[in-house]
Ligand binder design. Sequence first.
Ligand SMILES: [Fe+2]
Length: 224
Amino acid sequence: MTNHTILEPLPEDQWFIESQELRSFVATVREISASTVDDRTQTLAKLEPHFQELLAQQEWLPEKFAQINPESQMGGGIGQWLLYRAKDRSLSVFSLVIPPGSTTPVHDHLAWGLIGLYKGDQEETVYRRIDSSDVEGHAQLQVTEVRLLQPGDIYRLLPPDGDIHAVKTTSQSASVSIHTLGNDTGCVLRHQFIPASHSVKSFRSGYSNAPCKQEEEKAHGQLY
Ligand SMILES: [Fe+2]
């Protein structure tokens, strides 16, 4: 399956919260990612301590961005709140809020990234695709790992490694994870898998608070 949809650049970088911690983290991410373009393993390794520091600070994420979203496009009441994205859509930071007992669909991300747990507990099931991807709609997955995550835990995405997973909240309260990814994850056309039927379909998660196209901007929330 190929992504034929080209996303237009945005007029400017977009900030959805006002936070010095986030601004300084994004500046670091941009600096590190620009200096390690040819080696994303290095990008992730260098970013990780900075991301750890951001996750350890529990005051910068406004409560509104740690809420579930009953109208979620992803289903299950899952909130996907955009915090920052670069105008060329080469970087996004967002929170993902999964209600207790809810599980995300099995999905991919199609970009390098770091995901860290901020609140609650999660169980992550990581998959690997083992078919040749040449039959439309068909995909065969194998579970490679099941991980239990607690606040402060970080995992890496470096497609194809670690790129396909499903995440479930195992705590009594919603889990909140922070995603730092090298694309506009909510807007790119990616994949949703149904392992039981060996099927795959195109999927765009969107964001709970931001449109993917500029002309839809006015209908959504405030930018900083
Ligand atoms: Fe994910």
